[in-house]
Design a protein around this ligand. Structure first.
Ligand code: SF4
Length: 345
């Protein structure tokens, strides 16, 4: 994990073949390395048993497998959420979370260290923005979780950061995660969440890059949204909705509206009506997230009765709606809580 070493996750086959040949190894060693990385998901050279010990020693001096300095693991009491606090090469820290569901395991990855969007219901926003992550730092989160034995088959870009503000590395990591000669995950099992960054959605359209998209609504009322999500000023929800509608017309993946509920702020009858209208317009499903409280967030969640009532009102309009189950609150791994280890400092 030394920073000056080249990181293996950055290379494609041809580049790696050239590099191993420069080290006076046969070309096929590159295929062996790629097989250990992407099929067997190892995170040490020692485990690459069909490569000679002398060649493994040379490789270890030249390359790193994960672009990280240190990884701290936290596990929730129910053992269904595992959070990794990952120290990057420049000592910045990002977090990602493995979520164990009944039928599958998913990983919530970070695309930025901190976040410039500053949503007022999110700890990452309170942490501020440090920097964008590279492709290998994004993919490395998945690689590490796999090397720990978690069979992650779904990925959500809902960790730290606004993915569309780090567009190219996020797209590159998407290609790595789904590429046949890399991790070969199903494109349908990857979701990218956005707070509604117009230029990013426009780029998705221009690139014809069709992904499962989740849109974090905050509030359908512009003035309330501005207070909760300052990006509303330059990215008004009315324009975002029109652009999202254009994007949705181009492919057949259903959009998800993520709605973080804040007591007395965005939970009125008017708010339900606005959310239903938006979901109908975008033919979207709704995922309700009751606020996961944190001492640096100035809001409170709904009671379970209020939450269910809000959900029922949506259900009555025949719009698919779910409530996101809270996992990992005890280790600050639940939605909106990432960055806890940094805001404490
Ligand atoms: S909710 Fe997402 S976009 Fe908003 S501050 Fe948090 S990480 Fe950034």
């Amino acid at each position: 994990m030394t920073i000056l070493k080249k990181n293996l996750l950055t290379f494609e086959k041809l580049e790696l073949e050239r590099l191993v040949q420069d080290l006076r190894m046969p070309k096929f060693v590159a295929s062996q390395i790629l097989n250990w990385l992407y099929q067997k998901k190892v995170n040490s050279f020692e485990k690459m048993k069909n490569i000679s010990k002398s060649n493994r020693d040379i490789l270890e001096k030249q390359f790193s497998i994960l672009p990280f300095k240190k990884i701290e693991k936290l596990e929730s009491k129910e053992k269904n959420a595992i959070k990794y606090n990952i120290t990057l090469s420049d000592d910045q820290v990002v977090e990602c979370v493995v979520l164990i569901e009944k039928k599958y395991t998913s990983l919530c990855v970070s695309s930025q260290c901190g976040c410039p969007v500053d949503c007022k219901f999110c700890v990452t926003g309170a942490m501020g923005f440090k920097r964008n992550l590279t492709m290998e730092e994004i993919v490395g989160q998945f690689h590490f979780a796999q090397s720990e034995g978690y069979n992650v088959t779904r990925i959500v870009f809902m960790g730290m950061g606004e993915p569309l503000l780090n567009y190219s590395p996020v797209k590159h990591s998407f290609e790595r995660l789904t590429g046949e000669s890399f991790y070969n995950l199903s494109r349908r099992n990857i979701t990218i969440s956005t707070s509604g960054y117009l230029a990013g959605i426009k780029r998705l359209i221009d690139d014809k890059w069709f992904v499962n998209l989740a849109f974090s609504v905050g509030s359908t009322q512009s003035l309330v949204r501005q207070k909760l999500m300052p990006l509303e000023e330059r990215n008004p929800i009315a324009k975002v909705s029109v652009l999202l509608q254009q994007y949705q017309e181009l492919h057949n993946r259903k959009l998800t509206l993520e709605y973080t509920l804040l007591k007395g702020v965005n939970d009125s009858l008017q708010d339900v009506a606005g959310l239903i209208r938006l979901a109908k317009y975008l033919k979207a499903k709704i995922n309700l997230i009751n606020l996961n409280p944190h001492k640096c967030i100035p809001f409170t969640p709904l009671s379970s009765i209020e939450l269910n009532k809000f959900k029922e009102q949506i259900s009555e309009s025949k719009i698919p709606v779910t409530i996101r189950f809270r996992k990992g609150q005890d280790i600050a791994a639940a939605c909106g809580q990432l960055g806890d280890s940094q805001v404490k400092k």
